[in-house]
Structure formats: C-alpha cells, structure tokens
Design a protein around this ligand. Sequence first.
Ligand code: FAD
Length: 147
Amino acid sequence: MRPHAAVAAIEHQAGRVTGLRLADGTALAADAVVNCAGPRAAEVAALAGVALPLGREPGLLAVSRPVAPPPRLVCHTAAITFRPDPGGGLVLAHAADLDRTVAADTPADPRRPPAPNSSRAPPFRPDLTRAGLAAARIGVRPLPSTA
Ligand SMILES: Cc1cc2nc3c(=O)[nH]c(=O)nc-3n(C[C@H](O)[C@H](O)[C@H](O)COP(=O)(O)OP(=O)(O)OC[C@H]3O[C@@H](n4cnc5c(N)ncnc54)[C@H](O)[C@@H]3O)c2cc1C
C-alpha cells in the first residue's frame, strides 16, 4: 500500500503494461494495472496511451449530522438519494434539479441545498430534518461518455 502516491507514468511495451512511475520518481514493475482513479480515470488511462471516454458530471453532495439509528441502506427517492456516511449521518445526493445549477468549480455552500428539508426528507426519517447538515461540497461523477 502506498497511500497518497500519485501515478505519474505507466510504462508499456508492445501493447502490454510493464510498470508504473510514481510522482516521487519511484519505479514499480507490474504485470497488470487496475485503473480506479474515479473522475481522473481518463487521465490515468491516457498515461498508457489509452483513450477512456469519460464524462464529468458535477453534483451537490451534503452530509447530515449523525442520526440514530444510523442508516444502513441506500434509499433512492424521486427528489434525492440518501446513503450511509461513515460518520453516522447520511450523504444526500442526486437532487437532479439542484445538480443542474452547479459546475465542478461552484463553491459549495452548506447553507444551500440539498438540505433535508421537508420536501426532500423521506417520511420514514423525520429525524433527518432535525439533525441538519454538517457539510456540503461539489462532487464530480465519472460517467461513461460517447463524445
Ligand atoms: C454528486 C455525486 C453523487 C453520487 N451518488 C452516488 C450514489 O447515489 N450511489 C452510488 O453508488 N454512487 C454515487 N456516486 C458515485 C460514487 O461516489 C463514486 O462512484 C465512487 O466514489 C467512486 O469510487 P472510486 O473508488 O471509483 O473513485 P474515487 O472515490 O473518486 O477514488 C479515486 C481515487 O483515485 C485517486 N487518484 C486519482 N488520480 C490518481 C493518480 N494519478 N494516481 C493515484 N491515485 C489517483 C484519487 O485520489 C482517489 O483517491 C456519486 C458521486 C457524486 C459526485
């Protein structure tokens, strides 16, 4: 495990990966490389000369304060998606109407939606409305692109 070590180059020969070079210059031999760089996966694939058509779709993410009992499952509603946050609260995302209003460089404002207000909170978690938000940020979804 090499945490916080950016891959700066992928060495390849005759169409096969032979190793990696990290940003600090460390060279690592490898028979195979798994690219799981999320929104940056296209950049990493390009290091191996591979074009990976990946779109970047910004969206609002908010994290609620802890709720009890902590959520265990993902819940999709028409207005928003809720999923467990390791901190004991919920991550709120996929408010399509709000996502359309942001770009990847929009400053996140925790006072703005997606707030768990009465129109978006699921009726079976009324405590979410009382808990309120702990943080909000803009995230970028890596989505397959045809462009
Ligand atoms: C607004 C929004 C809403 C979402 N809603 C949902 C949802 O409801 N349900 C769901 O399942 N998913 C959802 N997702 C998607 C989910 O969060 C991602 O699919 C998931 O986090 C991707 O995990 P990952 O490990 O593939 O990528 P990431 O979590 O992005 O991790 C990629 C890692 O690669 C590292 N990296 C990048 N470049 C390099 C490099 N050159 N060298 C080394 N490391 C590098 C990064 O530092 C990062 O640690 C949502 C995402 C967003 C933005």
